[in-house]
Design a protein around this ligand. Structure first.
Ligand code: PLP
Length: 457
């Protein structure tokens, strides 16, 4: 514990010099920034000793195995004192072992390319797709499709593929060749045929492909379940149809598992709920649960082979490097993270606790007319708030923010679709660590219950 003087010093240093991510600093005119100092499981303590229950795994669905894992810290320590780094043009013991373990859980996939963030992992795919186009399709299959409401990262390349306009608005112009397809949120249906909504939403992608010309499109990039864009679980039939459309048009399917990867939905990867076989899978956040920075771009042997046999000849290899993709803390932490998920049966817990969470949230919906829709899978849930259930008019963003604030006042941290979609920043987000207990789920839901009663009053 810090003395009151030390606490004041740290907050003052933060206020003076730290530029917080995704934050309008005017908020700190009213209140100090949060400074967290310790965590265990889902419990988190701030600098003043206040305790919180974290229902969003580190704010941005990252700490899948929970806080305070000494065995991960030990694994990282052991690796660092032995060898901290060598560029990933060479191999490493933890890099080789983790790749093997990962591929064993991803039937059909074959190769792992290391980097350090979700944005970077996605950029690698975009570059691979462009290079395949250049070396195998005379540069014609260069376009990349992305979906309305999806998010793939914060770099200029990934913002070109951003389906959340408020995130990218200030940063254009962007690279050409990125084309948007419609979202698939059934609650805000864009297609009249409700009975076959999933297929209709997938067919809408094919209409874009036909408009642009299939021979100009290299890849389709989708989140398995849209995360920050409103926790959108694709409807029945959607994914199968998407896969079929991609195969028919020779378009590579890239699934962005940065949020869903490593157990979030009760399977190792989100796409594995839908019985599809992607050509690229990217992952970051849960790979080492935030204990080290590591991201992976995973692909098939067929894609990998394209870089061994290409028009580029000797220079046809993937001409890319991520300096810190060679930091060995990453795969060392990832190996132990994976062992924990396996040995503690956290996929089972995610599915079982997911059932409890869904039941509780549906119960909440009966008591609160402000809840328009509840959707999710495993330990990944969204609660869409509306001003009117009949018209489905979204609840005002400020009120949704108030619900988040009222939960925080009760010591429970939840999230929301934050300033990304004009008019639709109205979904509360829950993504507790995979170790969450029944009692903790009840505590999270009770906090939301109280907050919703308060705003109704
Ligand atoms: N992809 C998805 C689906 C994400 O939610 C995020 C971050 O929230 C990213 C990619 C970008 O990851 P990073 O912030 O590690 O670059």
């Amino acid at each position: 514990t810090l003395s009151p003087n030390d606490q004041t010093d740290i907050v003052a240093a933060d206020r003076a010099h730290v530029w917080h991510h995704l934050t309008q600093h005017r908020a700190f005119d009213q209140a100090d920034p949060a400074v967290f100092v310790e965590g265990h499981g889902l419990r988190l303590w701030d600098i003043e000793g206040r305790e919180f229950l974290d229902a969003v795994s580190g704010g941005v669905w990252t700490v899948n195995v929970g806080y305070g894992r000494r065995s991960i810290a030990d694994a990282v320590h052991e690796q660092l004192v032995k060898l901290n780094y060598f560029a990933a043009s060479a191999g490493s013991i933890p890099g080789a072992r983790f790749a093997e373990q990962l591929i064993a859980r991803m039937p059909g996939m074959s190769r792992v390319y290391y980097s350090t963030s979700g944005s970077e992992a996605n950029e690698k795919v975009f570059k691979m797709v462009r290079q395949i186009s250049a070396q195998h399709h005379g540069g014609r299959k260069w376009k990349i499709l992305f979906r309305e409401r999806d998010y793939h990262g914060t770099t200029l390349g990934t913002l070109a593929a951003c389906g959340q306009p408020q995130r990218s608005a200030a940063y254009g112009p962007f690279a050409p060749g990125f084309v948007e397809v419609p979202h698939c949120l059934e609650y805000r249906s864009q297609f009249p045929d409700a009975a076959r909504y999933g297929e209709a939403a997938a067919d809408a992608i094919e209409h874009v492909i036909e408009r642009e010309g299939a021979d100009t499109i290299g890849a389709l990039c989708l989140e398995p379940i849209t995360a920050g864009g409103g926790v959108i679980v694709p409807p029945q039939g959607y994914w199968q149809r998407v896969q079929e459309i991609c195969r028919r048009h020779d378009i590579l399917l890239h699934v962005d598992e940065v949020v869903c990867g490593l157990g979030r939905t009760g399977t190792w990867f989100g796409y594995q709920n839908f019985g599809i076989q992607p050509d690229f899978v990217t992952m970051a956040k849960g790979v080492a649960s935030g204990y080290a920075a590591i991201a992976c771009t995973v692909t098939t042997e067929a894609v990998f082979e394209k870089f061994r046999h290409a028009d580029g000849g000797e220079l046809g290899y993937f001409r890319d490097i991520s300096t810190f993709g060679g930091c060995l803390a990453g795969p060392a932490a990832a190996l132990e993270n994976m062992r924990i998920i396996e040995d503690e049966r956290l996929l089972d817990n995610a599915r079982e606790m997911g059932v409890v969470l869904e039941r509780e949230l549906r119960g909440l919906m009966e008591r609160h007319a402000v809840i328009g829709d509840v959707r999710g899978l495993g330990l990944f849930w969204g609660i869409e708030l509306v001003a009117d259930r009949e018209t489905r008019c979204p609840l005002d963003e400020a009120l949704v923010g108030r619900v988040v604030g009222l939960c925080r006042r009760q010591g429970v941290l939840i999230g929301m679709t934050n300033r990304s979609l004009p008019g639709f920043n109205n979904t509360l987000c829950l993504s507790p660590a995979l170790v969450v207990s029944h009692a903790q789920i009840l505590q999270i839901v009770r906090a939301i219950d109280v907050a919703l009663s308060e705003i109704a009053a």
